[in-house]
Design a binder for this molecule. Structure first.
Ligand code: HEM
Length: 406
């Protein structure tokens, strides 16, 4: 396919890496590596283009003329019958001034200065989780650590009751499927729609409450900016809250869960972090690269653009294969090796350009504490693979990973 132009291509193929096949997420990297080698600019059977090389993905984010939607404003991936709570109104699906305005309204809650104020709370939550694990001789890594830290922190930032975390856990996992619902089985789409409805009910009621009785948190601040005349309507407001909760929950569960697994499966790296805790920040970057929580995202070309050797026409839908780019040997030495001392670990797990993940500093800070404490305090552990489960999420997130200490 590589010398072709998009016009001459009629039917594509998955190149051995069908991201919707149930077995794909067990270990997507061998298939993604093969796809990147054999067809780095791949036309899929559903008519989208998958961009797999690091340099191409980075170039598109930086330089290509793109939008998040098709010319008629519809989403190339989302379910157009999805109604209340639809991510079509979330900042991630907006371009230009509409996007900037929504992003600016929440940015303040995620600056390094704002985050510094909550760092000790992260340390406390991690500490409690590990005390309990030591007492019990093991832990359910997802429920007790990977989920506990980001769920509590996003609740505190947004001003949501922690008693509702179980509800959020169920909703956000289902809701991630809404991002690519067009390509998912009916029962998954129905579940994602239902989660959107339930979340819209929840947030509309919560917004009413906060309007009557403002508190010092992100949700109340958003309501306040609306009342200061920034025209953020109730639906828009509820959707930003749903999007933030989903983004802040699921992705970081993936980072802490997948990273902890990488440490357990590579005990020499865990020992290294214990001996040199100053490696924690680099270790977080390596975890983000090595087992990427969001395997792909999307862009739509608003003009023709050459990617690698292929000229892609206007309105092409591009899927940016972040997980593949992070394992590209042209960018990283021995990319399939987990090495927390890796130099130039500049992964692309937070996307790029105007939409670069807004919560990246929060996620990094949570993971830094989780990994540093886990490796320094926990004895050698064994994963109980017979009880291992993936979650309902579209992202690369586990549902269960019980471990016991040896
Ligand atoms: C390891 C954790 C995380 C990963 C891997 C991740 C990944 C991503 C990715 C791939 C994007 C799309 C970027 C693009 O299209 O170029 C994104 C956007 C976004 N993320 Fe994250 N994210 C993480 C944590 C968080 C957290 C903790 C929050 C906080 C609430 C958050 C909020 C957002 C928001 C609001 C956007 C949309 C930004 C925009 O459209 O301007 N993320 N994230």
């Amino acid at each position: 396919m590589s010398d072709a132009t998009a016009e001459s291509a009629i039917v594509g193929d998955w190149g051995g890496a069908d991201p919707f096949a149930p077995s794909f997420r067990d270990d997507p990297y061998p298939a993604l590596n093969q796809l990147r080698e054999s067809d780095p600019v791949n036309l899929t059977p559903v008519g989208t283009w998958r961009i797999s090389r690091y340099a191409d993905v980075a170039d598109v984010f930086r330089n290509a003329p793109t939008s998040m939607t098709l010319p008629d404003g519809s989403s190339p991936n989302m379910d157009d019958q999805d109604n209340r709570g639809s991510f079509r109104e979330f900042m991630l699906n907006k371009d230009g001034p509409d996007h900037i305005r929504l992003r600016r309204l929440v940015l303040g809650a995620f600056t390094p200065r704002a985050l510094k104020n909550i760092e000790n709370q992260i340390e406390l939550i991690v500490g409690e989780a590990l005390d309990k694990a030591l007492k019990e001789g093991g832990m359910e890594v997802i429920e007790d650590l990977a989920l506990r830290v980001p769920s509590r922190m996003i609740c505190r930032i947004m001003g949501l009751p922690e008693e509702d975390i179980d509800l959020f856990t169920e909703w956000t996992a289902m809701r991630t499927n809404a991002f690519f619902a067009r390509f998912l089985p009916d029962e998954v789409v129905v579940g994602a729609r239902k989660a959107g409805e339930d979340m819209a009910d929840y947030f509309e009621a919560m917004i009413k409450k906060r309007r009557a009785q403002p508190t010092d948190d992100l949700l109340s601040n958003l309501i306040q900016s609306e009342e200061d005349g920034d025209r953020l309507g109730d639906v828009e407001l509820a959707v930003q809250a749903i999007g933030l909760l989903t983004a802040g929950f699921e992705t970081t569960i993936g980072l802490i869960g997948n990273g902890t697994r990488a440490f357990i499966e590579n005990p020499e790296q865990s020992r290294l972090l214990k001996e040199q805790p100053e490696l924690a920040a680099n270790a977080v970057e390596e975890c983000l690269r090595f087992d990427t929580p969001v395997l792909f995202n999307w862009r739509v070309l608003t003009d023709e653009y050459k990617v690698g050797e292929t000229v892609l026409p206007t309105n092409s839908v591009l899927w940016m294969m972040l997980g593949s780019a992070n394992h590209d040997p042209l960018q990283f030495d021995n990319p399939d090796v987990f090495d927390i001392q890796r130099k130039n670990v500049g992964h692309i797990s937070f996307g790029g350009g105007a939409h670069t993940c807004l919560g990246n500093q929060l996620a990094r800070m949570e993971a830094r504490h989780a990994f540093r404490s886990f490796c320094s305090r926990m004895p050698q552990a064994k994963i109980r693979y017979d009880e291992f489960e993936w979650s309902e999420s579209f992202f690369r997130v586990m549902g269960k990973m019980p471990i016991e200490f040896s």
